[in-house]
Design a protein around this ligand. Structure first.
Ligand code: SAH
Ligand code: F3S
Length: 435
């Protein structure tokens, strides 16, 4: 049986896409391997959101070519593949095939052509493509990613995603529900619904509120998560569905990008600071105890010290549970390239160095306040170090507990006994939470 090795970079949707690629290739008889040294086909599923992500992949290609024996195929797939297209074949001679996010059906064909000595790219957008008939091959049984929307129609001026993932389209609600039902039948209890602006989901008849209720009603599904929502797409209907669907978890990743209304305007985000704060208040009102995390970009073109200060004050005001922080990265072809007053790399770095301790300090204070409290957790697996089990609360907090291997995949009650500031140690009750 031929062996396939896939390395995945970037967001959860890339993880989900890799599972689809494994599905496409499983139909051809391929079996997954974690060892590039024995693989017949090696794929690198890439991210194009920041230059740093692309540089890492280019470095990695140099390493992977060492594992390439005669007849082996090395492919670049995903967002960077879409962005660079056939030019990637010229730039990186060891690459045999290049496929964008809508082209994974052509994997078997392009692999066959590569074996015949023909290097090729498929970077055509297919606005109908949902890989509906492809059974994803998932590694984890308890928790599953389910892509419900592909592409993005928003036009944030910094972002390459609309150019790498094409136009937005939603799967039919019935198709999502039947996939989740199949997953639940095979033991999955947690699903994370994925889309670039997932709460703008609309299949022509049903909106995101309908989707949350329908997925939350599938027998056996105990937890429903979703990522990433767009702040202004939390309609009253969606808030109501979140509040009244018990399976929907008390955590939202709510990318803000900046605390300055002027910067948000240049980013073409569809809200200002005040509107964002209203969304935060509405979420907290609808779902008491909800945890909020975010994405922040520093050093967007034209960002002044005063505008950056507004990001600092927003973090303090909202009290996010956590934040991913990025230096603005120029993406060729995006509108922000043409904006005036690009911020020097040193200034970006210096701003990040002020933002990160603030984010950590806020998170630490919140987390210290949680020590001593009880939580229902899903036991996800062995922690990387120390022989402990890694568990996760509904609010997306990670707690390490002592316990036997058999607990993996079950729900337990855990009391938090300490925190590093970001993760927790906990004491688990021995009895199982009955599903
Ligand atoms: N719609 C997706 C956004 C994908 S990009 C979502 O909401 O998750 C993920 C994050 O990367 C963005 O929220 C943004 O904070 C960051 N990002 C995107 N483009 C960037 C750029 N050019 N430079 C720096 N960070 C960027
Ligand atoms: Fe990018 Fe904005 Fe869409 S961040 S993915 S263009 S919502």
């Amino acid at each position: 049986m031929p062996l396939i090795y896939i390395e995945t970079y970037g967001c959860q949707m890339n993880v989900s896409d890799s599972e689809l690629m494994l599905g496409v290739l499983a139909r051809e008889g391929y079996v997954r391997t974690d060892d590039p040294g024995v693989a017949d086909v090696m794929l690198v599923n890439t991210c194009a959101v920041r230059d740093h992500a692309e540089q890492r992949v280019l470095g990695r290609m140099g390493e992977l070519k060492r594992h390439k024996r005669p007849g082996d195929v090395l492919g670049v797939v995903g967002c960077m593949a879409q962005r660079l297209g056939p030019t990637l074949l010229e730039r990186v001679p060891q690459v045999d095939l290049v496929i964008g996010p809508d082209g994974y059906r052509s994997l078997p064909e392009l692999i066959a052509r590569a074996r015949g000595g023909e290097r090729a790219a498929d970077v055509e957008f297919k606005s109908w493509e949902h890989y509906e008939d492809v059974p994803a091959v998932r590694a984890d049984r308890s928790s599953a990613f389910v892509t419900v929307q592909r592409g993005c129609d928003y036009r944030c001026t910094f972002c390459i995603v609309p150019m790498t993932r094409g136009p937005e389209r939603s799967r039919k609600l019935a198709d999502v529900v039947s996939e989740v039902t199949r997953l639940a039948d095979s033991g999955t209890t947690e699903v994370t619904l994925l889309g670039q602006t997932v709460n703008s989901y609309h299949d022509g008849d049903c909106d995101f509120a309908d989707l949350l209720r329908a997925v939350g009603a599938v027998a056996g599904i105990r937890r429903v998560r979703f990522t990433s929502p767009y702040p202004t797409d939390f309609t009253p209907r969606v808030l109501d569905a979140m509040a009244s669907t018990p399976a929907v978890c008390e955590h939202v990743h709510l990318p803000v990008q900046s605390g300055s209304s002027r910067v948000l305007k240049r980013m073409l985000r569809r809200y200002d600071r005040g509107r964002f704060l209203e969304v935060v208040a509405a979420l907290r009102q609808a779902v008491p105890g909800i945890a909020l995390t975010t994405d922040i970009i520093v050093g967007f073109p034209g960002e002044t010290e005063d505008e950056f200060q507004e990001t600092l004050s927003l973090v303090a005001e909202v009290q996010f549970d956590d934040a991913y922080t990025f230096k603005y990265s120029v993406r060729e072809g995006t509108p922000a390239v043409r904006l005036k007053d690009h911020v020097a790399e040193e200034v970006q770095g210096e701003r990040l160095e002020r933002l990160i301790p603030l984010v950590r300090g806020v998170a630490r204070r919140k987390n210290i306040g949680l020590v001593g409290t009880m939580h229902e957790v899903l036991v996800e697996g062995r922690a990387k170090r120390g022989g402990l089990l890694q568990t996760r609360t509904r609010t997306n907090k990670v707690a390490l507990v002592e316990g036997p291997e058999e607990w993996i995949g079950t729900y337990r009650h855990v009391r938090f006994t300490g925190t590093t500031g970001s993760t927790f140690t906990g004491q688990a009750a021995t009895e199982l939470v009955v599903l």
